[in-house]
Design a protein around this ligand. Structure first.
Ligand code: NAP
Length: 249
């Protein structure tokens, strides 16, 4: 496997917690120079210190991905960028009947619009540098099936999956690959309350592997898509869900 990322620069959004924090550590351990982006800079600073203590390279970038001008400004200073992980994401609690416009818009602003702004700015840098690149969008199995109380979240992840394919088609000519990972349920701040509830326990019984995922279950797919090991993959969506999507109707 060609998963050595030495000499590559990797930007991870939503790096202050959960998947994003872990992805930064994983990419740094694989040799990448990591830019850890999110809004909570105190958490980013401690992540950068942890990576440095292990001998890795990382820096923090304060970034609200939903703010287009801020994304343009933040990425304008970068000369090269090889890997982008569009991981920043939020969920909302509502069923469609109760979902007000503010909840719908804020979820699309971060999950879809934010991933688009970051991807577009990254692709401009990658095209100019002429050395291609890999963009990885963190979608969700809810973008491929439906889920209760995910009125805006599930459609936003479906949009991320379709955007992945559209961008892959357009940017293949620049050597920029765009793929998505669709994780199943993995305990983080985003869903801890639900997964630990009786309804979460019921859901676990419907997952063929009978367990929720662990963040480390994403390591293989992330390194595959970030590296030259996936040189002929673009527009793909990798489900990492213990078989949840294949569960019986
Ligand atoms: P998490 O711990 O809540 O992490 C979400 C991250 O997104 C935080 O670091 C947060 O940082 C960042 N973020 C939120 N709004 C942002 C904004 N406007 N600009 C920049 N960063 C922003 O949740 P997680 O579970 O690790 O989620 C990571 C991704 O995986 C999300 O896209 C989520 O939808 C997806 N996912 C998760 C699961 C799961 O089971 N956990 C399953 C499928 C998909 P700041 O607040 O510091 O900005």
């Amino acid at each position: 496997m060609r998963t050595d990322l030495s000499g590559r620069t990797a930007l991870v959004t939503g790096a202050s917690s959960g998947f994003g924090r872990h992805f930064c550590q994983l990419l740094a351990r694989s040799g990448a120079d990591v830019i850890a982006a999110a809004r909570r800079t105190d958490l980013l600073d401690s992540l950068v210190a942890d990576i440095a203590a292990e001998g890795g390279k990382a820096r923090a970038l304060r970034l609200d991905v939903a703010d287009e001008a801020q994304v343009v400004e933040a990425l304008s200073g970068l000369e090269t960028l090889d890997i982008v992980v569009n991981n920043a994401g939020i969920a909302g609690p509502s069923r469609a009947i109760d979902c007000e416009g503010d909840e719908w818009r804020s979820i699309f602003d971060v999950n879809v619009n934010g991933a688009f702004y970051v991807s577009r700015e990254a692709a401009r840098i990658m095209r100019k540098a002429g050395r291609g690149g890999s963009i990885i969008n963190i979608a969700s199995i809810t973008g491929l099936r439906t889920a209760h109380s995910a009125a805006a979240y599930a459609p936003s992840k479906a949009a991320v999956i379709h955007m992945t394919k559209s961008l892959a088609m357009e940017w293949a000519r620049f050597g920029v690959r765009v793929n998505a990972i669709a994780p199943g349920y993995i305990e983080t701040d985003l869903n801890r309350e639900f997964l630990l509830s009786p309804a979460g326990e019921d859901m676990k019984k419907r997952i063929p592997q009978r367990r929720f995922g662990e963040i480390a279950d994403l390591d293989g797919p992330l390194l595959l898509l970030a590296s030259d090991a996936s040189a002929y993959m673009t527009g793909s969506v990798l489900a990492v869900d213990g078989g949840h999507l294949a569960s019986p109707l």
